[in-house]
Structures are given as C-alpha cells and as structure tokens.
Design a binder for this molecule. Structure first.
Ligand code: FES
Length: 170
C-alpha cells in the first residue's frame, strides 16, 4: 500500500514535470516562430523602416541623404512618419546610417555649404554652429558627440533600421 502510494507520487511528479517542460518548449517554440515571422515585409512593421537596397545605398557619392516615409505600429494604433537619415561609409567600407538630429540641442542638421566643405565640414548645424565631418564625427562647435547612428538590419538585399533604436557614439 505504502509502496503503491510512493509510486503514485513519483508518477505524479514525473507527469507534472513533463507537462511543465512541454509547456515551456511549446512557448519557446511559439516565441521563435513569432519572431521569425515578424521579419519586415512591405514598408514597415512596428518601428522597422525600409531604406532601400544595400547596393543602391552603397552607391556614391557619399554621404547622401535618404528619405523615408512609413507607417509605424504603436500597440493597436498606426501613425505615419516621414524623415531622413544620412548614409556614409566607414574605413572598413561598412555603411554608417546617421540620424540628422544634432547632438547638442536637437536641431536638424543639413549638409554644409561649399565653403564649409572646403574645411572638411560635411554637416553644419545652423542653430549654434555645430560641425560634423563626413562620418558624422563632431569636429567643431558645441555638439558633445558624433551624430547618432542606426544599426543596419539587412534582410536579403534590403536594408532596414529600427527608427526607435538609435545608438550614441562617443
Ligand atoms: S543644436 Fe546643433 S549646435 Fe546646437
């Protein structure tokens, strides 16, 4: 009788742990499938913004301005957004995707004029005279750090950025 009860308890524990394990595996599997299926399609999904084909973005002259318009998903609501980024390349020939927002006080930074470009100033912030070079490095004026960047997310030949995920450089 006692041995039978012990077996029952053991069986119960075994079944319970198997059930819990199966649930965890099912949830993880579902999560992996959901993540894989959440790859960008069309223009955007969530905060993903399609910039264009890798081949086109790498084409010079660089740096260049790349405009985007997209529908951002925010919970149950959607909103239209428009903007642009600057595309350049680093010494390893990798894309640098830069935010045009000045790291001083947030003005939008345009390209420098011809005379400023003669002095290696590629972007010039009109608000307080912030200067950046072609890689977006701060080289003069009050900006405390380089232009922020977006990590390129490459799917096939298309390049996407997560517009809500900007990276600060030092
Ligand atoms: S906001 Fe750009 S230099 Fe101040």
């Amino acid at each position: 009788m006692f041995a039978e009860q012990k077996m029952t308890r053991r069986k119960f524990l075994k079944y319970s742990s198997n059930t819990i394990l199966a649930s965890i595996v099912a949830l993880c599997g579902l999560s992996i499938i959901t993540t894989a299926c959440a790859a960008p399609k069309g223009i955007t999904e969530g905060a993903m913004i399609k910039l264009g084909s890798l081949k086109e973005l790498r084409k010079g002259p660089l740096p260049k301005k790349v405009e985007y318009s997209a529908t951002l998903q925010d919970g149950w609501t959607e909103r239209e957004t428009k903007g642009f980024v600057y595309i350049s390349k680093n010494v390893d020939d990798e894309l640098i995707i830069m935010s045009p927002v000045c790291t001083h006080l947030g003005c939008t930074v345009p390209f420098a004029d011809e005379a400023q470009r003669m002095n290696n100033i590629e972007f010039f912030c009109p608000c307080h005279g912030g200067q950046y070079d072609e890689a977006g490095m701060n080289i003069g004026g009050p900006p405390p750090r380089p232009l922020d960047i977006f990590n390129p997310i490459v799917k096939g030949d298309e390049v996407y950025i997560n517009i809500l995920n900007v990276t600060e450089r030092t």
